[in-house]
Design a protein around this ligand. Sequence first.
Ligand SMILES: Cc1cc2nc3c(=O)[nH]c(=O)nc-3n(C[C@H](O)[C@H](O)[C@H](O)COP(=O)(O)O)c2cc1C
Length: 344
Amino acid sequence: MRVSDRKEEHLDITATQDVRSAHTTGLERYQLLPCALPEMALSDVSLRARFLGHELGAPLLISAMTGGTPRAADLNRRLAQAAQTLGLAMGLGSQRVALDDPQQMASFQVRDVAPDVLLFANLGAVQLNYGLGVDDCQRAVEAVSADALVLHLNALQEMIQPGGNTDFSGLLAKIEALCRQAPYPVIVKEVGWGITGETARRLQEAGVAAVDVAGSGGTSWSRVEGHRLESERERQVAIAFDDWGLPTAKALMQARDACPDLPLIASGGIATGVDVAKCLALGANLVGMARPLLLAALVSEEALHQQLEVTQRQLSIALFCTGSRTVADLVPERIYVRSAADGS
Ligand SMILES: Cc1cc2nc3c(=O)[nH]c(=O)nc-3n(C[C@H](O)[C@H](O)[C@H](O)COP(=O)(O)O)c2cc1C
């Protein structure tokens, strides 16, 4: 099967099937502490944030999703326009298809509609074991004028996907070598099963500029790939992984504990601006959403804008109602773990 056909199937399956993880993000276990006396006006609240030296209108990332087909090209432009209007960061989907077939690179190019957006190029880290070199990474970044390269780690997806790349040996050393040579920041993310504190620490030591924990509780790629399997035997294999992964809240806290100073992105199952606020209080610098934004973008430009504006308004209200003027004020003291005594 051609990679572009697989990309189309991923879009169709994520748009039409229930591909959510069998468990939650864990964020529901946390509650922001309400401040009944915020002592400010709503207009005093600022969502402005900085990430990797870039000013953002809000600490929100449109997570990596697509590219490599005409529909993907339209979606990338729609997502990029929204990111430009609202001052958000954006990740492109894996550009491997365009390294193999340069004509496909146009479907990832969004700079003409998003000149100021903090933009991330994207490749699978495992490709470093299958012929991808430092020059290819440079090409992927330059071809889309990205500000950084995101390498995704997707071990379980590669195991379940027919013909997946199953050799993950020696990857950390290759990531380290890339970080040493690359003139741009390298970020590493998961795709929805989470990065543990220990792995985040090893990645930081290897020189990555940031980690996106991409925990579980949102889109499950074993479920997405499960829908593509033709063999009943392989479907039986995949189904055992429906609840696989480290939930987003736990992954984020582990990574923050292990790497106190590392820029961290929280993502995986983020549904509302209140989730975003909880992640910021738990130590994230930026918070990403993928599938909810894809579903909105597939409806219309207006639906996407509405989804993002609702998220931002929820975040502003969460800041106001915790007495936080800025996102930096959302410190761990503003969140607590719910217990049975808190009601259900
Ligand atoms: C249709 C689709 C395609 C995706 N493709 C990529 C990709 O190419 N590269 C990548 O790093 N992550 C990819 N992801 C994973 C997302 O960036 C994100 O980590 C994951 O979906 C969990 O976030 P969510 O629960 O908000 O959907 C994709 C997600 C979706 C929904």
